[in-house]
Design a protein around this ligand. Sequence first.
Ligand code: NCD
Length: 304
Amino acid sequence: MNHIISPLDLSVEELDKLLDLANDIERNPEKYAHACEGKRLASLFYEPSTRTRLSFEAAMMNLGGKVLGFSDEGSSSATKGESVSDTIRVVSCYADIAAIRHPKEGAALVASMASQIPVINAGDGGHQHPTQTLTDLLTIRSLKGRLDNLTIGLCGDLKFGRTVHSLIDALARYENVTFILISPEELRVPGYIRDGVLQKENVSYREVVRLEDALAELDLLYMTRVQKERFFNEDDYIRMKDFYILDEPKMKLAGPDMLVLHPLPRVNEIAVEVDKDPRAAYFKQAQYGVYVRMALILTLLEIA
Ligand code: NCD
């Protein structure tokens, strides 16, 4: 059974093929409009989501398939005490593929072990978010033309930000990629990323606190929100939340081709005035998320 729990579940070759398929879907959507007729996606969201859930649902609908599920833990049997394993066993009888988002790290993996259908991790706590990474890779490859030879600034909550962990995992496999990790001391990347990926794989990286110290060198700036829901204490969140604000004066410090990405939702970390800058690519990124999820569904269902 094929599951996507981490971005490393796909080899670089499989990833390239998936991104090619996503580009083909973008160019020829009508070719795929009936590809999933008779198939169902279960969308199991135990945590809030706008883009991930709706883009999964839109992706399945664009393929001619159907969608069922829940968008809030409170309306599922989790409130009665049902385990994720039991839920997925039952959902396996109703659907052909499932996307699951859960506040607990490892929940998607646990689900995949009990599942009869492919499981896609749509975000497990502060751990991983592989389909956001597929979205990010498609955006970068489509707009920059490459996934190697890049200097990438990751800025904000690098500790709890699961999109950052998955993106580092995925990009660390490409040639000549340098990461500049921009965060307050308290929100640096966790050890399993610093030691387990960056150091272990000999990836070039540097940690800085000030965004101004990195902007001029970047091919790409990946901004992230401070993950309020993962903080243990409100005061720490309040102290951290406006640590970075990317605005017009800061954009002047960056090169003419530096792309700005953000998984969204944005809070204050990118001023609205930046939206009209041609380097701002975060809304395009959300659109790419639909193509790549269509490609992923087709691949896991072995239709393409
Ligand atoms: C991200 C997430 O859920 O981790 N959002 C998303 O899926 N696009 C980022 C975030 O919530 O900050």
